[in-house]
Design a protein around this ligand. Sequence first.
Ligand code: GSH
Length: 217
Amino acid sequence: VSAEAALVLHSYYRSSAAWRVRIALNMKGLDHRIVTRHLRRGEQSTPDYLALNPQGLVPTLEAAGKGALTQSLAIIDYLDELHPEPPLRPGPALRRARILAFALAIACDIHPVQNLKVLHRLRALGHAEPEIAGWAKAVIEDGLEACEQLIADEPGPFCFGPAPTLADLCLVPQLANARRFEVEPRWPRLVAAERAARALPAFAAAAPERQPDFEAA
Ligand SMILES: N[C@@H](CCC(=O)N[C@@H](CS)C(=O)NCC(=O)O)C(=O)O
């Protein structure tokens, strides 16, 4: 991770959306610098950061001379177009769409409700912790059950075949999130894909415990 890098990623060690982008940067072998934003200290809501990312979420990618880009899947898509090897959504149109559907099932339908902003809002509305946790768990369980079915006919070892794709970039952080919410992943295909992915250096280097801002729980 270079001090002179043309790519700057605003990240938080535990953010699953930032984690996806960290994996993509590593897979593509792109030199980059990480700026950490401590979410529980509100560093995503400072005026300087909101000027980069009006949503006040990580990740944001700054590319020298090109401004800031938000939303992890848009960032990954951009990196994949500029640096096509290894392809993160390989294959013909239907296969590419299936990989994207799996990724979106996680990024749009499972992950958002474990967001700090959402959990804070539920607390502010007076919901008790067990109620909030139970809801998060139910969303994760239903969502991952569906993900398991989406790849039931895929041979593996990764979600979509012999190499990791965007689907694996979304799956690995989401399974970590599941465990944080006390859902022990019981889906054999998902767990096998996670094991295969985590054995790769690009995934290992992107893990929360390898980040400069890592905090033991
Ligand atoms: N859809 C967005 C989600 C980004 C997101 O939810 N980021 C979380 C961390 S994983 C965040 O910054 N939360 C801060 C907050 O809720 O205040 C993406 O994929 O980039």
